[in-house]
Design a protein around this ligand. Structure first.
Ligand code: FAD
Length: 133
């Protein structure tokens, strides 16, 4: 198996709590089967997600995600081979808006949370890692 990670951000489109719960339920079920681990952050203005797993499985998952009308402007930030997983639990790491640590946001985004200004995928991965601790 070729282990890889994929990082993207997107803009939520009319999602409410029920949509988030549905996304979590479907994702947990699918990702468990596909041995995909991940972290998903929902800030209200953006989704940011990292997927880790076999490059075939995360490619298929990303294709499904891109078709989903619950968000738009899905922007691929990085896709690369990795030696080990940074988010080893297959369970969803959903970082909801109210749970976000403002100190971590300020450290990575001094002018306010905005993933569009990040060019280095590893910086976004590090942000997700710190935010999900
Ligand atoms: P089906 O369930 O057959 O649905 C058919 C189509 O409708 C698909 O295009 C689907 O995206 C869309 N759809 C499904 N439910 C709704 C709804 N309630 N409202 C609007 N459109 C809908 N899936 C994963 O497997 N793993 C993930 O890690 C993952 N992360 C996600 C992160 C985000 C931010 C979002 C928005 C979705 C995520 N999903 C994830 C869900 C993914 O987009 C698919 O809905 C899911 O994988 C099922 O795919 P399917 O082709 O079997 O779709």
């Amino acid at each position: 198996m070729f282990l890889a990670h994929l990082i993207y951000f997107s803009v939520p489109s009319g999602v409410g709590d029920a949509d988030i719960q549905n996304i979590c339920d479907i994702s947990n079920a699918n990702n468990s089967i596909d041995d995909i681990t991940r972290s998903l952050m929902y800030s209200g203005s953006y989704f940011v997600q990292i997927l880790e797993g076999s490059r075939t499985n995360i490619s298929k998952c990303y294709t499904r995600i891109c078709r989903d009308t619950r968000h738009g402007d899905v922007t691929l930030v990085g896709f690369s081979a990795i030696n080990e997983r940074r988010f080893p639990d297959w369970n969803l790491r959903y970082i909801g808006g109210s749970q976000l640590d403002i100190r971590i946001i300020n450290r990575f985004f001094p002018k306010g949370f905005n993933p569009t200004i990040i060019s280095d995928p590893n910086a976004l991965r590090d942000f997700l890692w710190f935010a999900s601790q």
